[in-house]
Write a protein that binds this ligand. Structure first.
Ligand code: 4FN
Length: 268
């Protein structure tokens, strides 16, 4: 997959692209990222890329022409898809990352700055707007890096063995099970016995349950879209049963405590 990034801050990408996983994917040829400075596509010798907003108000707006020139000069190769990183876009999801990785030879990513980009860029050369979340940022560069890193994890060369991506708990839409490494005791907290038991079937089952449990407790919204196997659905039912049992037990304790209280002061 080939990714072209257009930004007025190309230097922000240098170290990011040199880091291990993405750097490796780039040397094996699975992923190729080129970064272009928008100023090289400006119309004047001052390399101007911004101007005052029509209608007044504060701040500066990025001019349309440099963007349109840049995209048109890069979209020459076969199937190019032009993505504007923008708070107005659809939220990025793992499903969308997989679709983008599968369906595109060449992605062109546009990173805005200032108050934003002249609307006619979105109307002419942008195929899709994507957002990484609902918060205010200063530019689209970090969102572009988020997308590139997510896409790079779909490339065959990035993650050592192919099973690795498949085994990512997120592949199934679930959170990870808890991870532990040496030493066996930290601040009085022991590594769960099962992980040092050497019983691989028991470990697999414990991890599976922990994944389902963590997702249910911390991100129940993910369960709606998760593709759960039969085994996982059984674990989910079991965990929910345990929870309602302990809930019932807790309610019973409260009732009994209240009963005791009532005997102490029956007129309250
Ligand atoms: N942001 C909001 C509402 C209005 C403006 C912004 C905002 C960078 C050029 C866009 C932000 C968030 C997620 C790109 C935010 C993203 C951006 C992104 C982004 C400078 C104009 C701007 C309601 C979301 C808080 C600045 C909400 N994903 N404007 O941040 O580019 O990709």
């Amino acid at each position: 997959m080939h990714i072209s990034v257009i930004t007025i801050f190309p230097e922000l990408f240098r170290e990011f692209l040199a880091t291990s996983l993405i750097g490796r994917a780039m040397t094996t040829g699975d992923l190729n990222v080129s970064v272009y400075n928008l100023r090289e596509f400006s119309d004047d010798r001052h390399q101007t890329v911004d101007d005052e907003p029509y209608g007044g108000g504060g701040g500066m707006v990025m001019k349309a022409s440099p963007w349109i020139k840049a995209v048109n000069s890069l979209a020459t190769e076969g199937s190019s898809r032009c993505v504007l990183l923008s708070p107005q876009g659809q939220r990025l999801t793992d499903a969308r990352v997989q679709q983008l990785a599968a369906g595109n030879e060449h992605l062109i990513l546009l990173c805005g700055r200032y108050e934003g980009i002249d609307e006619r860029v979105a109307l002419t050369v942008v195929d899709e707007e994507i957002s990484v979340g609902d918060f205010v940022l200063s530019g689209g560069e970090l969102p572009a890096m988020v997308l590139i890193e997510a896409l790079s994890r779909q490339s065959p060369g990035v993650v050592g063995q192919p099973e690795c991506v498949e085994q990512d708990s997120f592949r199934q839409g679930l959170l990870d099970y808890p991870h532990y490494t040496r030493p066996q005791i930290v601040d009085g907290l022991r590594v769960p016995d099962v992980l040092v038991s050497g019983d691989h079937a028991a470990i697999r089952s414990w991890r599976g349950r922990q994944s389902v449990r963590a997702t249910l407790e911390k991100r129940p919204d993910l369960l709606a879209t998760a593709a759960l196997a039969k085994e996982q659905l059984e674990w989910l039912a079991e965990i929910e049963r345990e929870k309602s049992e302990s809930h019932a037990a807790a309610e019973d304790l409260v009732t009994r405590a209240e009963d005791k209280d009532n005997t102490k002061s029956p007129h309250e």
